[in-house]
Design a protein around this ligand. Structure first.
Ligand code: ARG
Length: 459
């Protein structure tokens, strides 16, 4: 089997070396992008008079034939052709003859592979923005259906203050909004063309990089040829954004796992999104949520792996950089799967409003509000805090809640208490009292839902 680069060699490559250095087993995922890049490149070679138009036409025909083989699954890849770029070029030459060997004029695999990676990530970043939008939509729908569902809000996983369940869900909408912003910002850097940088220094052929950029829809070209072939920042950035998204998803996962436990019973995930136990017939496990939570670890690992590969790498291309692919491909697949599952899992989730309502009646999450009540009567907040702390302790010792106390009992703690305390302590009142922009009061949450829904329909 002759190598495309075999001229300078007197021996065959050791078989183990061939297997160890080949990337075809995973970089075949870039096949479509590789052909897309090559089509643009060869068109430019024709336009610039570097190749005659009949050669360009033959090469394009051949590339389209290879694309067809790839799409129908008939393309055969070989490890001895190392990677996707050489597998495609070899096949092209096989199909159209020696003219196929002209495709690589003025190009190196170094700027070629970087271009493929940019094209591949660009496609997926666009898709992730859409998928995040769908997830936000599902959360907003649930928020709309739970505009008056009151649930305990937690800090330290201890009951803190009651909030609207809609408010809790909308917090995730904000988190995913930041993820969308980050993806959109990274797009500028992803949408930059490396092709034309050659191996590292540019090329002796009178190519037109801007023409290639235009054909491929890139906003700009890399300024510096060394940077173009050695830059993998855009992959690190993607892996970092992906890690952040997975981190957000994992927090929601954790809440879904907790909320669907017998201890909470706040929500019930649809049967279609849960699995059973092979031994315990009663079990319904929130596997999807658990697995997304778990896979977050691998996505973080891919980020750290990439950063570590790049650490101290001298310019320009080094074979180490072939290691940019598996983690990136794995992250794309993991995130894609998680986002596709999440939106329907949220839409089909049943919310146990009654259980949530009961929960806020059996806790002290209205304690801040009686402290605020005393402050409004003129007591300094620190003193009010102390008084209510004692009142809560009194309740705990008797196994009752604040609303169970008589007015006389309240008055033992402060003469400032009066009948109106019973209204102040109602969970609805507690929620609606927080009528500050971004707060949990119903009108604020309504506004937040409307703004988020409006922003979604604008995009
Ligand atoms: N398979 C290689 C990679 O993914 C392609 C670039 C190889 N370039 C080279 N000069 N060996 O990084």
């Amino acid at each position: 089997m002759s190598k495309l680069w075999g001229g300078r060699f007197t021996k065959q490559t050791d078989e183990l070396v061939e297997q160890y250095t080949a990337s075809i087993s995973f970089d075949k995922a870039l096949a479509e992008e590789d052909i897309q890049g090559s089509l643009a490149h060869v068109t430019m070679l024709g336009k610039c008079g570097i190749l005659p138009s009949q050669d360009v036409d033959q090469i394009k025909q051949g590339l389209l034939q290879v694309l067809e083989l790839i799409r129908t699954g008939e393309m055969e890849y070989s490890v001895s052709d190392e990677d996707i770029h050489m597998n495609i070029e070899k096949k092209l030459i096989e199909l159209v003859g020696p003219v196929g060997g002209k495709l690589h004029t003025g190009r190196s695999r170094n700027d070629q592979v970087a271009t493929d990676m940019h094209l591949y990530l660009r496609k997926h970043v666009i898709s992730f923005v859409e998928l995040l939008g769908k997830l936000q939509e599902a959360l907003i729908e649930q928020a709309k259906a739970n505009k008056d569902t009151i649930v305990p809000g937690y800090t330290h996983l201890q009951r803190a203050q009651p909030i609207l369940f809609a408010h809790h869900l909308m917090a995730y909408v904000s988190m995913f909004e930041r993820d969308i912003e980050r993806l959109k910002d990274s797009y500028k850097r992803i949408n930059t063309l490396p092709l034309g940088a050659g191996a590292l220094a540019g090329t002796t052929f009178p190519i037109d990089r801007h023409f290639v950029a235009e054909q491929l829809g890139f906003e700009r070209v890399y300024e510096n040829s060394l940077d173009a072939v050695s830059d993998r920042d855009f992959i690190v950035e993607f892996l970092s954004n992906a890690s952040m998204m997975m981190m957000h998803l994992s927090r929601l996962c954790e809440e879904l796992v907790l909320w669907s436990s017998t201890e909470f019973q706040f929500v019930e995930l649809d049967d279609a999104f849960c699995t059973g136990s092979s031994i315990m017939p009663q079990k319904k496990n929130p596997d999807v949520a658990e697995l997304v939570r778990g896979k977050t670890g691998r996505v973080y690992g891919n980020l750290v792996g990439m950063l570590t590969v790049l650490k101290s790498l001298p310019l320009a291309y080094n074979k180490d950089m072939q290691e940019d692919k598996e983690g990136m491909l794995d992250t794309v697949a993991t995130l894609d799967g998680a986002l596709r599952l999440f939106a329907p899992m949220i839409s089909t989730m049943k919310v146990n409003k009654e259980r949530m309502r009961q929960a806020v009646r059996q806790d002290f999450s209205n304690a801040t509000d009686i402290a605020d009540f005393l402050v409004n009567k003129g007591l300094p907040f620190r003193q009010a805090h102390e008084v209510i702390g004692k009142t809560v302790l009194y309740c705990i010792q008797r196994g009752v809640y604040l609303l169970d106390l008589t007015l006389d009992e309240f008055k033992q703690f402060s003469p400032l208490f009066d009948e109106s305390i019973y209204d102040v302590l109602q969970p609805e009142q507690v929620v609606n009292a927080r009528n500050v922009y971004g707060g949990t009061a119903a009108p604020q949450v309504e506004g937040a839902i409307q703004r988020a829904a409006g922003a979604l329909s604008d995009t």
